[in-house]
Write a protein of this length. Structure first.
Length: 319
């Protein structure tokens, strides 16, 4: 039952990354952290204190950072590049495509400050296209964890995962509601069993989906909430098992509805089990400066919007 899910604290997901890379580095001496002048924002201070010889400050030269990271893998190192999501993807797409993805380099692209919840920094920094950019690259694994615990677990897990990875997380303090042990790359996390509708969510919107699900349950709507923390490779079995039972779905993401999680779910459903789907995400638009919670509301990514989408898709199913 969703009502059994409790918040155990509040912490930003980027701190999960900072704590996770320290733990991973203690176990593996080949882990190297690189940053483009944003060590503090990416919570690397403890890593730098403990492993100064395994830290590379690349300055505001993100494209060069990706090239350095690709080169380090040739010597057996496991580089974790760190900067804002916008600079981790859009600014350096050519370098990622040519130097990392094309040759399958073991680079971990760790991207903070993603989506609208970056807040006051505004549209130029609030990238809402990065999931699409990264999942289209052949061989790229794309992970969007839901809270501090899951981000820490994902950071540790990708250190042992062979191949390029895009790990996306955020800036704001957010509820902690998962256990680190719940995370497995490529394995969806189901929070409730339901028969009326499937809600698939990633990142910050997983908690919003749980909030919506609790309200819907109180209205007698039986909801299945699934955390798709790994966008690619998608857990096809989990998605298909859910939608064949509920026969309709809502997808929720802090990303453009074009190219993100919703597109992945829809593509899979259209090939194997076509169903009505409603999308909660930004609708082909850039963001703007503002407080994170207010931006989620303005752009239709909050709890009431998820409830509305569920009610709409159930109506479509029943016609």
């Amino acid at each position: 039952m969703l009502s059994d899910i409790q918040v155990t604290g509040n912490k930003d997901t980027r701190s999960g990354f900072g704590d996770g890379i320290v733990e991973a580095a203690k176990k593996n001496k080949n882990i190297i952290a690189l940053t483009a002048d944003l060590a503090g924002s990416l919570k690397l201070n403890e890593f730098i204190k403990l492993f100064p010889e395994r830290y590379i400050q690349c300055g505001i030269a993100e494209a060069n950072m990706m090239g350095v990271a690709a080169g380090l893998t040739i010597g057996g190192k496991i580089p974790f590049t760190t900067t804002f999501a916008n600079f981790s993807t859009g600014r350096v797409y050519d370098q990622i495509r040519q130097s990392i993805a094309y040759s399958g380099k073991n680079v971990k692209i760790c991207a903070s400050h993603a989506g609208l919840t970056l807040g006051e920094d505004g549209a130029t920094h609030q990238i809402l296209e990065d999931i699409g950019l990264m999942k289209m690259l052949p061989g790229m694994t794309v992970i969007v964890p839901a809270d501090y615990n899951q981000t820490k677990a994902a950071t540790i897990a990708i250190a042992d995962y062979q191949g390029p990875v895009y790990l996306r997380f955020g800036r704001p303090v957010w509820p902690i509601f998962t256990k680190e042990s719940d995370f497995v790359i490529g394995k969806a996390q189901k929070f409730s069993d339901g028969k009326d509708v499937s809600i698939f969510a990633c990142g910050h919107l997983v908690w919003k989906a749980i909030e919506a699900g609790k309200i819907l349950e109180s209205k007698g709507i039986n909801v299945e909430v699934v955390n798709i923390h790994t966008i690619k490779p998608l857990d096809n079995e989990a998605v298909l098992t859910s939608i064949t039972k509920t026969k309709c779905a809502v997808t929720c993401e802090e990303h453009n509805v074009i190219g993100g999680l919703g597109d992945s779910i829809a593509q899979l459903a259209s090939k194997h089990f076509p169903i009505p789907i409603e999308y909660v995400g930004t609708n082909d638009t850039f963001g703007e400066s503002g407080k994170p919670a207010e931006l989620l509301t303005k752009y239709g990514l909050d709890t009431p919007n998820i409830i509305s989408a569920v009610e709409k898709v159930i109506t479509r199913k029943n016609k």
